[in-house]
Write a protein that binds this ligand. Structure first.
Ligand code: GLN
Ligand code: ZN
Length: 771
């Protein structure tokens, strides 16, 4: 039997899993370090799950009406789905027991690799700063229900008196986000395996129904973006088939398909025609369609509260959208637009932000409160919630009039920009001037900027922040660290040195703390991937640079060595992408303000004798709109802001940039347009696939395809590195190739870093000798 329970009036698509004080991170990392057992980790996780249910019920979500989602994950929701359906890649077959199960240690091994087995590739989750693990699917993949964790968590909730709603990545999205396995023949697409995957989802739904689940949430964000591999028509027929089949199961919970991060467009009629019971629309990114035949027989879950940002927003407008949705279906429910995994737990944990700024904000708990308010308005009428709506409207008005939100000097400067502000001279002239100025060897070696952030560094920062260390004492400790890092790089034999970024808590927050227009949170952590969290700053006002930020650190470092030292800055797009950005003006306008502040910093670095300046833009890909229609406008302002930041330098000054992903083909035009003299990119996890893209498309500037993955502690061998470098120089003219790791080293330990970099230098020597 299909459950006929009504959909709850108000819900959220998911809740932060990391815990208000990053409890999950601590528990997981202690398990990795061997200081706690799997049993202890499971107990900690169960405690967190129960705390979440209690919290959500206290905030007003129903305890027993499926309003509370079970959205916990030890590491990642795609990895969870992979383990649920048993799609473990062949190289990890040893982790699977006789019953097809994988234990917690094995689960983490898929994410982190072990020995010669590379971990699953990691990539951005839609246009968020969350990263998921990419399943590898081939004709050989055997699907079977291999983990009942999702059932057990539902039962755990029931035992505690809650009837919750299990959440899992839907089958179409699971395959759309997978990549073909190494074993797969050319032309194979993971979506080809849908027929074999659906029976596993069917079994899961039956198990959930047996356990008493009334609703299940299948997340299908894959439907809101255009796959570059799968034609849209194929995706739509996959949806039709998948949900036709699951919907006709004799025994299952009611099915809620959620489509966060964009608009369903032509997938909406397909879902509306499928035998499912509820559809979730992201009404923050997408808009309400005028008609949707078939939707009137289903619950329309209106995602009107932004799960992506931290602003309190226009609650009255959200309510109007909810009531407007009533034209499409008599059954409306209120929800967040996406999971709340992208926002911190609660504003109540922020004591230093100031009451005014706080009154403009809503983190996860406050957004749950907003959902509950709107649901009450839906049930009892607008009058019942008019006080809340008016309070939000008042806060919005106060915000737009507050000092600092608009700064006349910043706006006047932006208004004076001309085309010339955005362009450097001819590349060939720059190259010649730089070769003369820098005299680097063939295949120059370097790193991406940060060196390991040791406990000692973090303790020193904590002592500084609490006033135990004075400014001068802290600076001296950081300088000593820089001197160590410089000596180490000279010893290893790197060509272009870095200062190691010890003084930076985070590559964006550091700049946010030193620029006007930003505020920094105390506990505003969000999960980036696995146990890794970031604490985005809040960009609330017009941005300017009160004084130089990095110049003293860089000149101190250059004074320690005869080798060139790279100045290190974070680019405007990344500063935006990894902050919570104001939503009251176009992103491009905000980016331009940040770019001008950086342009001043770059001019000061150059004047102080720094000949190479790297402007990191690891997030350039991340903000790329999911649909092609938005690409041109996005590339215009994002590339423009990078160029505005960097175009003021002389020919001889070498501008580097670093991007953290490898789908080079997707944004090759953007990278070309950035016009950086040297670009370093991630390439190791995809085993240098990217160089063939470059070869095919042509690219004449410097390029450093990362030769090893820094997301795992694994040390790459010389032979492996040599092979990757050989591959690079076979595809790209060797004069253009730089040698570097995939990304910064801050999350690594020293032992593996020294070994890995040593191997990288050795491999470079071998390849240089052959050229
Ligand atoms: N320069 C930064 C670092 O090395 C770049 C980090 C990044 O790309 N995420 O840490
Ligand atoms: Zn990176």
């Amino acid at each position: 039997m299909t459950s006929t329970a009504p959909f709850p009036a108000g819900t959220i698509l998911g809740y932060p899993r990391i815990g208000p004080r990053r409890e999950l991170k601590k528990a997981v990392e202690s398990f990795w370090a061997g200081t706690s057992s799997a049993v202890e980790l499971e107990a900690a996780a169960a405690g967190l799950r129960q705390a979440t249910r209690d919290r959500l019920a206290a905030l007003g979500l129903g305890r027993t009406d499926s309003a509370i989602p079970e959205s916990f994950s030890y590491y990642d929701q795609m990895l969870d789905a992979l383990c649920t359906v048993g799609a473990v890649p062949a190289r990890f077959a040893g982790l699977v027991d006789a019953d097809g199960h994988i234990d917690l240690a094995g689960y983490f091994t898929l994410a982190r690799g072990e020995g010669d087995s590379l971990p699953l590739e990691m990539t951005k989750w839609f246009d968020s700063n969350y990263h998921y693990l990419v399943p590898e699917i081939g004709p050989e993949t055997e699907f079977s229900l291999s983990s009942d964790r999702i059932v057990r968590e539902f039962e755990e909730a029931r035992a505690a008196g809650f009837l919750t709603r299990p959440v899992i990545v839907g089958p179409v999205t699971f395959l759309l986000l997978s990549k073909p396995s190494d074993e797969a023949p050319a032309g194979f697409e993971p979506l080809d395996r849908l027929d074999d995957l659906i029976p596993v989802y069917a079994t899961l739904l039956q198990r959930l129904a047996d356990a008493g689940a009334e609703w299940v949430q299948l997340d299908e964000p894959g439907l809101v973006s255009e796959s570059i591999h799968v034609p849209r028509a194929e995706t739509l027929s996959a949806v039709q088939w998948a949900y036709g089949t699951l919907g006709h199961l004799a025994q299952r919970p009611a099915i809620f398909v959620a489509a966060p991060y964009g608009s369903l467009d032509d997938a909406l009629p397909v879902l509306a025609g499928a035998p499912i019971e509820a559809i979730g629309l992201d009404l923050v990114r997408g808009t309400l369609p005028e008609t949707a035949p078939g939707l009137d027989g289903k619950t329309l879950v209106a995602g009107v509260i932004d799960g992506h940002n931290i602003w309190r927003g226009d609650l009255a407008d959200a309510f109007a959208q909810v009531t407007g949705a009533g034209a499409l279906s008599p059954r409306i429910a209120v929800s967040t637009s996406t999971s709340l995994q992208h926002v911190p737990h609660t504003v109540a944990d922020e004591t230093a932000l100031g009451a005014e700024l706080v009154s403009w904000l809503a983190f996860a708990d406050e957004k749950v409160g907003q959902v509950v308010t709107l649901a009450r308005g839906l049930a009892d009428g607008r009058e019942a919630i008019s006080a809340e709506l008016d309070a939000a409207t008042g806060a919005l008005a106060a915000r737009s009039a507050a000092p600092g939100v608009r700064d006349g000097a910043v706006r006047a400067r932006a208004a004076e920009l001309t085309d010339a502000s955005y362009s450097r001279g001819v590349y060939a002239d720059r190259l010649a001037a730089q070769e003369a100025a820098l005299a680097l060897p063939f295949l120059p070696t370097t790193t991406i900027g940060s060196f390991p952030q040791t406990g000692e560094i973090r303790r020193a920062r904590a002592r500084f922040l609490t006033g135990v260390l004075s400014d001068a004492e802290y600076r001296d400790l950081m300088r000593a660290e820089i001197a160590r890092v410089v000596a180490l790089q000279e010893e290893i034999g790197l060509d272009v040195l870095v200062h190691g970024e010890p003084e930076r808590n985070d590559m964006v927050q550091y700049f946010a703390e030193n620029l006007d227009g930003f505020a920094v949170t105390e506990n505003g952590w969000v999960q980036s991937y696995g146990s890794r969290c970031t604490r985005p700053s809040i960009l609330w006002g017009d941005v300017s640079r009160p004084k130089p930020i990095t110049v003293d650190w860089s000149t101190y470092t250059q004074g320690l060595t005869a080798k060139p030292v790279k100045g290190m800055l974070t680019g405007p797009v990344t500063i935006l992408a990894w902050s919570f950005v104001r939503d009251d003006q176009p992103l491009g306008e905000t980016a331009r303000q940040v770019a001008l502040a950086l342009r001043d910093e770059i001019a000061d670095l150059e004047a102080a004798g720094i000949g190479i300046i790297q402007v990191d833009e690891p997030a350039l890909r991340e903000l790329l709109p999911l649909k092609k229609a938005g690409h041109a406008d996005y590339l215009d302002w994002s590339v423009g802001s990078f160029r505005l930041a960097t175009a003021g330098v002389r020919d001889a000054t070498q501008i580097h940039t670093h991007l953290c992903y490898s789908e080079f083909g997707v944004v090759l035009e953007a990278i070309r347009a950035l016009d950086a003299d040297v670009t370093s990119i991630e390439a190791a996890r995809s085993r240098m696939e990217v160089v063939t893209d470059i070869q095919a498309n042509g690219f004449d500037h410097g390029i450093g395809p990362g030769v090893y993955d820094i997301h795992s502690p694994r040390v790459p061998g010389v032979a492996e590195l040599t092979e990757l470098l050989d591959r690079a120089v076979a595809a790209i003219p060797a004069g253009q190739v730089w040698v570097n790791p995939d990304c910064g080293l801050k999350t690594r330990g020293y032992a593996e870093t020294v070994e890995s970099l040593g191997n990288m230098i050795e491999a470079t020597r071998i390849v240089r000798a052959r050229l």
